[in-house]
Design a protein around this ligand. Structure first.
Ligand SMILES: C[S@@+](CC[C@H](N)C(=O)[O-])C[C@H]1O[C@@H](n2cnc3c(N)ncnc32)[C@H](O)[C@@H]1O
Length: 272
């Protein structure tokens, strides 16, 4: 079976389902389908054997952040840019509203399946809106859709997406986020740090994307911590990375070197 870039969303769900307790995603298993285990084994062998747990750490980090916000905010809106098969709304407070944005293919498939899962009692019903939009292009649609939620406290989450966008597109997306958020609202982002580019594991990753995913056009963008701390409209509140979180939870060996993993950094920013 051929593999395409949008299939990465299925692979990530597979990772989260493989370690549901660690990822804190008990619903990722709903997206399992034939072929994923084979791809996972191939990726582990050709690129990195730690990528499954890395992705679980990412979900866990943002789950914990969102859970805290659910407790603190009566009216909370999560806007998930490039949501893929992310399942935060179904295990977090039923009061959190969610706007999930992705390309048509993913949105149509996901919203149809979610309806089925809810009807069959496999998922609790949650206030989730699914929106087809390109986050790099459809600013008016995004702005209008977010504005419908009035004075909710807003969080825009962008995870697993920046690697696929050019630096110029990322700058534009973040600047548009600033215009859609109110002071105090949050922007949460994920990216690889620039240093990763010097590692063999990164070379293996880019090679895999070009060869297996037929995606040599991919810009493979990495960013620096300074990129986030110097953003004009946001204050960087904190950041974490998958390897450090996994070590704290004793899910990675203490001596696992950062140069050997596709270590992702998670940034929590607040609109000034
Ligand atoms: C690697 S998946 C990550 C999914 C999810 N955020 C997660 O972490 O599980 C990337 C997702 O971003 C979506 N995506 C990529 N570029 C996008 C864009 N320009 N506009 C909207 N969605 C985009 C893809 O379709 C895919 O579902």
């Amino acid at each position: 079976m051929e593999l395409f870039v949008h299939d990465t969303a299925f692979m990530i769900a597979y990772y989260r389902a493989k370690y549901e307790e660690e990822s804190k995603d008990p619903f990722a298993r709903l997206w399992l389908r034939p072929g994923l285990e084979k791809w996972n084994l191939e990726f582990a062998k050709k690129v990195s054997p730690h990528d499954d747990m890395q992705h679980c750490m990412r979900n866990r980090f943002f789950y914990d952040e969102l859970e805290q916000l659910c407790e603190a905010q009566e009216l909370l809106l999560l806007v998930n840019f490039g949501a893929g098969f992310s399942m935060y709304p179904y295990s977090l407070s039923p009061h959190m509203r969610t706007l999930e944005v992705d390309f048509e293919e993913i949105v149509q498939y996901k919203s149809r399946k979610i309806q089925e899962f809810e009807e069959n009692g496999l998922l609790p019903t949650r206030p989730v809106q699914h929106l087809v939009a390109d986050i790099t292009k459809d600013q008016d649609v995004l702005r209008t859709s977010i504005a419908h939620y009035g004075n909710c406290f807003k969080v825009i989450l962008i995870e697993g997406v920046f690697f696929f966008l050019s630096k110029k597109e990322i700058d534009a997306v973040i600047s548009n986020c600033a215009s859609m958020l109110d002071p105090g609202d949050y922007l949460m982002c994920v990216s690889f740090e620039d240093r990763l580019k010097q590692t063999p594991v990164f070379d293996r990753l880019t090679h895999y994307f070009s060869e297996v995913l037929k995606s040599s056009e991919n810009p493979f963008t990495t960013l620096s911590h300074d990129f986030y701390s110097n953003l004009e409209n946001f204050q960087l509140l904190r950041f974490e990375n998958g390897l450090s979180l996994g070590k704290k939870l004793q899910l990675f060996p203490d001596d696992l070197d950062e140069n050997e993993v596709l270590n992702e950094y998670y940034y929590v920013l607040q609109k000034k």
